[in-house]
Design a protein around this ligand. Structure first.
Ligand code: ACO
Length: 329
């Protein structure tokens, strides 16, 4: 039995920060950001909002669109590196907000690959036959961990979340295959040093700005191009398809140049590739479910289409998931 996506949703915060706004904060320019990354604007949560607020909007809309009652939800899985707090989980906060009284669930930390890892987990729950309705959310409040004095990172990210409802498939549509990887040797290139058990919050960690994201962009770029291109090409070939069989490639949106390189390797034309980094920046675990939801609403996905997801992120983490698109509400 396959698992299939039966509803999609996304939450994009209202507040917009443009490249010109950033020019006033750090030594950067609209021209540098656009040409090096493809980003023009990003959206930021309002004060008091957090990852659970965005996730609650997404989960509520998934229920509405699919006509599902909160008590019918079996599990909620949230991919995020910016949970509201270390515990309780963001999944538990969302569960309580939507009144999913019979659900269990958890958060998982896969950085930019977080949604793919969460989707894989949800798919396996459905395939076990024990669970019938699983909400899978990817979202991050990156503004909470960005150092707005560091031009190397603060221009790249935004806030946002998206999600899907998974149910057993009644036909041959659904999640067909996945290739997922982690390689912890890449950890030092992209991490947030403090706030966990190794360096708990202290005056020292705050003074040293250790609660912000740190990235060696060049090193990550090199691994990201190869990692995302390799798994994208591998999953297509493994399943007996070619690039032209894929209706839509929905890659993680970290840098337009990374996306272009991965798409070229797979032989995709530009109309096969979803790109929205210009508007939202990198929303980490949010990029792929936001892309799925947009493509669905824009009529870019129809029953029977092959959809390829691919991501690369901190860890390092990376992977690809191949989907035969089904009937989505
Ligand atoms: N504005 C102006 N200049 C800048 C900025 C900025 N915002 N940021 C860096 N620069 C400067 C650098 O200091 C450097 O100057 P120097 O030559 O005088 O030292 C110059 O621009 C070039 O820097 P590079 O690092 O060579 O720029 P590059 O072309 O590699 O682009 C970028 C940098 C955009 C960060 C790119 O490397 C990248 O996208 N990396 C991958 C990011 C990624 O995929 N992350 C993974 C997902 S994130 C997650 O998992 C949470």
């Amino acid at each position: 039995m396959k698992a299939t996506i039966t509803a999609t949703s996304r939450y994009i915060p209202e507040k917009v920060m443009t490249n010109f706004d950033l020019e006033k904060i750090v030594d950067t320019s609209d021209e540098w950001i656009r040409t090096r990354t493809g980003i023009t604007t990003r959206h930021l949560v309002a004060e008091g909002q957090a990852t659970s607020s965005m996730g609650t909007f997404v989960a509520t809309e998934l229920l509405e669109k699919s006509g599902t009652k909160p008590e019918e939800v079996d599990a909620i899985i949230v991919g995020t590196v910016t949970p509201d707090m270390l515990f309780p989980s963001t999944a538990a906060l969302i569960q309580n907000n939507i009144g999913a009284s019979r659900a269990w669930g958890y958060d998982l930390s896969g950085a930019c690959s977080g949604f793919l890892f969460a989707l894989e987990s949800g798919v396996r729950l459905i395939e076990s036959g024990k669970y019938k309705k699983v909400i899978v959310i990817g979202g991050d409040t990156m503004s909470a961990i960005l150092d707005y004095t560091d031009r190397n990172t603060c221009v790249l990210f935004g806030d946002g979340a998206g999600g899907v409802l998974l149910e057993p498939s009644a036909d041959d549509s659904g999640i067909l295959d996945s290739i997922l990887r982690i390689d912890g040797s890449g950890g030092p290139h992209l991490h947030m040093p403090a706030g966990g058990s190794l360096h708990p919050a202290s005056h020292d960690t705050v003074n040293k700005r250790m609660h912000f994201i740190r990235q060696d962009g060049k090193a990550v770029f090199k691994f990201a191009v190869k990692g995302m291109a390799d798994v994208s090409a591998e999953i297509i070939e493994k399943n007996g398809f070619t690039g032209s069989d894929i209706k839509l490639y929905i890659p993680h949106q970290a840098n337009k140049r990374i996306i272009d390189a991965a798409a070229k390797r797979c032989g995709f034309t530009s109309d096969q590739v979803l790109i929205n980094i210009n508007e939202y920046g990198n929303t980490t675990a949010g990029t792929i479910p936001i892309g799925i939801s947009e493509a669905c609403d824009d009529g870019r996905l129809n029953t029977g289409d092959l959809v390829l997801l691919a991501a690369f992120g901190a860890g390092f983490t990376w992977g690809s998931i191949l989907i035969r698109w089904g009937s989505v509400r």
